[in-house]
Design a protein around this ligand. Structure first.
Ligand code: RI2
Length: 314
């Protein structure tokens, strides 16, 4: 099995998860495919598009996956095998480096938005949100973090352990206790899988309910998102597909005869409920999402995704 298939399987099984990690893993898989390719130069581009198609078909919601593929394949160029391969390796490594730096920068920028002595609520497991919280913690701004366990995959457990290992006081709650605790919260910080051009944020299921509860209690709601989580597709009216995973992640259907179990894993929080999105380029209002996408993707002459999809369909 080639590197792309191995990584695709891990992403599908959620062994590799989290929008940023998925993007970096995808870029790394393309780099490894390029390095292990042993055919003629004339077959290199097709080989890379086929590898990208294998990766594309894993998780549909997080645009970081598609933007990582775009980033690398847009930069694929050369007259011979060596230069083609070099261009892919260079682009993939650049994406990985830029992505890591973005998470760090978001932490530094976002921490300024956490008032001193804050109780911070977070949901699921977001490296970008954790970066904000840890930078704020180092600056003495965080009194406590309340985090949700995040059913059904319990990624909140990772968040709780990560924060506790850094000495941050953490209280873990069940997802449905969010409104009960909101009166104790000063600010909510969550991550994003995709930011749509209208400023809506698609993140782990339950995020929109937290935003509603925060709005009701007048608690600021911040999203930490690298700019490669902004979706160019949504500029032309495409809706973000919400992944629905195996119901057995929720409960064993055999224990519930006659019951349909559903497991959507993301939801959309409308821009009206979001106070700010912290990106590595700065803090923006969700209503500026369109401008960011236009700036980043407006000059894209040909979207490599269309070509990847052709290989995915064959
Ligand atoms: P970072 C995760 O999705 C969560 O929804 C999280 O908020 C988001 O990705 C962003 O995570 P999943 O892959 O990129 O766990 O900030 O379904 O780490």
């Amino acid at each position: 099995m080639g590197p792309a298939r191995v990584v695709a399987e891990k992403i599908r099984r959620m062994e590799i998860r989290g929008a940023g990690r998925i993007g970096r893993a995808v870029a790394g898989a393309l780099r490894d495919e390029a390095l292990s390719y042993a055919g003629p130069a004339s077959g290199f581009e097709e080989h890379m598009y086929r590898a990208a198609a294998v990766l594309l078909d894993t998780r549909p919601t997080a645009v970081s996956l598609r933007n990582a593929l775009r980033y690398v394949l847009m930069r694929m160029q050369g007259d011979d095998l060596e230069s083609l391969r070099d261009s892919v390796v260079r682009a993939a490594e650049e994406f990985i480096r830029v992505s890591r730096e973005a998470v760090e920068r978001i932490g530094r920028i976002g921490s300024g938005r956490i008032p001193k002595g804050s109780v911070v609520m977070t949901h699921c497991n977001s490296q970008a949100a954790i970066s904000v919280i840890l930078h704020a913690w180092e600056q003495g701004r965080v009194e406590m973090v309340i985090n949700t366990e995040t059913r059904p995959a319990f990624q909140g457990h990772i968040t709780a352990r990560t924060l506790a290992s850094k000495g941050v006081p953490v209280t873990m709650i069940i997802d449905s206790a969010v409104r009960y605790f909101m009166k104790e919260v000063d600010v909510v910080v969550v991550g994003a899988d995709t930011v749509a051009s209208n400023g809506a944020v698609i993140n782990k299921i339950g995020t929109s309910q937290i935003a509603l509860a925060a709005n009701e209690a007048r608690v600021p709601f911040l999203v930490a998102a690298e700019t490669y989580k902004f979706s160019p597709e949504t500029m032309i009216g495409k809706l973000v597909e919400i992944e629905e995973r195996d119901p057995r992640e929720v409960a064993n259907p055999e224990d519930f005869p006659g019951v349909r179990i559903r497991n959507p894993v993301f939801d959309a929080t409308p821009p009206e409920y979001i106070d700010a999105i912290v990106t590595e380029m700065g803090v923006i209002s969700p209503h500026m999402a369109y401008d960011i996408i236009k700036e980043l993707f407006g000059s894209m002459h040909q979207d490599p995704l269309a070509k990847i999809q052709r290989f995915a369909n064959h």
